[in-house]
Design a protein around this ligand. Structure first.
Ligand code: HEM
Length: 371
């Protein structure tokens, strides 16, 4: 039997996860449904006092926070998160004005097995749709940004699971090409997400307003990142496909920064693959060590190239989008940083590393063909 990187059976299946997401999105453990629509006006008016008072009013007691089950804790953190990001957007460090937050956030974080603040999962997967949708600004741009991630995130999890299965196959396995195509079909969600953001989110509005709600907050004498799309586990997809064995300090730090903002089932992939060659290096080795030419192997390797090209179809337009947004923000150093604390230059760096891995594969395929 093939061994997958982690025991998928121990984690909820993706279908169960979708049901769970829906269940959490329906919950309102802090009775915040009527209060959430007021946040947009508070933010428009930079009314930090109203924001602080609302958060104080919504907060559970320590006992209530400790008694919450997993689902309630996730939903409560989602709603508190909107208040945290809003306060921080106007320069208020939440724990400085509400010191008891720290203990309560730590309790909710522990129960959810996630950091002690909201993540992209809270903001997107556990955010209800329609009238109850939680936003900082109430604008269509923000709702479309949420939607852009929503269309991409579940297919991305599926792509990661399929990529883990692809990893187990050798190039001469007849399943290699169809599995590669399956991964590609799921990864296509990322491209759809970027296309939606390009069509419906104004880069200027993103640069001048939206991204500041995703700024880090201080807690437990350190910083915790806000719920930006950079937390999506695309880095796990990359990790398996082309870089778990890459010794590139800056890039490895980038990946490590986002691991904790993902659920245990995703974190497991990160740790399991750290000791393995990436899929691309495994394939390169297989081609280099083959004694005779096989059409099947070549066909499989070509399907992997197609997968790389799909990654490029996400990265190149996404980078263009980010560059356009940050053109509007280049006057002031602080404002040049993305929600993940990185400058848009990181996107060029990742794209370049990504293309180097593709070149390695193409080079090995060429030598194989000339054999
Ligand atoms: C107006 C829209 C967007 C802008 C301006 C933007 C900008 C950025 C920037 C500047 C980064 C660098 C890291 C950081 O944030 O510190 C980044 C990273 C990232 N963003 Fe976006 N983004 C946008 C929309 C999206 C959407 C819709 C998705 C997914 C559907 C997405 C997925 C990612 C991912 C996965 C990364 C990590 C880097 C990578 O894998 O290449 N972004 N984004």
């Amino acid at each position: 039997m093939k061994t997958l990187a982690f025991d998928v059976l121990k984690s909820p299946s993706l279908e169960e996860q979708l049901k769970e997401d829906h269940y959490i999105s329906e919950l309102d453990p802090l009775n915040a449904d009527d209060r959430m629509p007021l946040v947009a006006a508070y933010n428009r008016n930079k009314d930090t006092i109203a924001l602080v008072l609302q958060l104080v009013d919504m907060l559970p007691s320590v006992e209530e926070a400790a008694d919450m089950d997993y689902f309630q804790a996730c939903a409560a953190m989602r709603d508190i998160g909107i208040m945290l990001g809003s306060m921080k957007r106007h320069g208020v460090e939440p724990v400085h004005v509400i010191p008891e937050l720290e203990e309560k956030l730590n309790l909710l974080g522990n129960t959810s097995d996630l950091p002690p603040r909201d993540t992209l999962i809270h903001y997107v997967r556990w955010n209800p749709e329609g009238k109850r949708e939680r936003t900082y600004t109430g604008t269509d741009d923000e709702r479309q940004l949420i939607k852009s991630v929503k269309v991409a995130i579940h297919p991305l999890y599926k792509a990661i699971l399929s990529l883990d299965e692809l990893y187990q196959l050798s190039l001469d396995d007849p399943e290699f090409v169809p599995k590669c195509e399956e991964v590609a079909t799921y990864f296509d969600g990322m491209i759809k997400g970027v296309v939606n953001a390009k069509r419906n989110v104004s880069p200027q509005y993103f640069a001048e307003e939206l991204r500041f709600y995703f700024d880090p907050i201080k807690l437990n004498e350190r910083e915790y990142l806000g719920p930006g799309a950079v937390e999506m586990p695309v880095f796990i997809f990359d990790h398996i496909l082309w870089n778990c064995d890459l010794s590139e300090k800056a890039y490895n730090e980038f990946k490590q920064a986002y691991v904790p903002y993902n659920q245990a089932s995703v974190r497991e992939f990160y740790y399991a693959y750290r000791q393995r060659p990436s899929l691309v290096n495994k394939v390169v080795r297989e081609l280099d060590e083959s004694v005779s030419y096989s059409e099947t192997k070549m066909y499989s390797a070509k399907s992997l190239v197609k997968l790389f090209n799909l990654l490029k179809s996400f990265r190149a337009p996404h980078k263009k989008l980010a560059d356009k947004a940050y053109e509007h923000a280049s006057k002031d150093q602080y404002r040049e940083k993305g929600s993940g604390g990185y400058e848009p230059g990181v996107l060029k760096y990742i794209l370049e590393l990504n293309l180097q891995a593709l070149d390695r594969l193409k080079h090995s395929m060429q030598s194989y063909e000339n054999r």
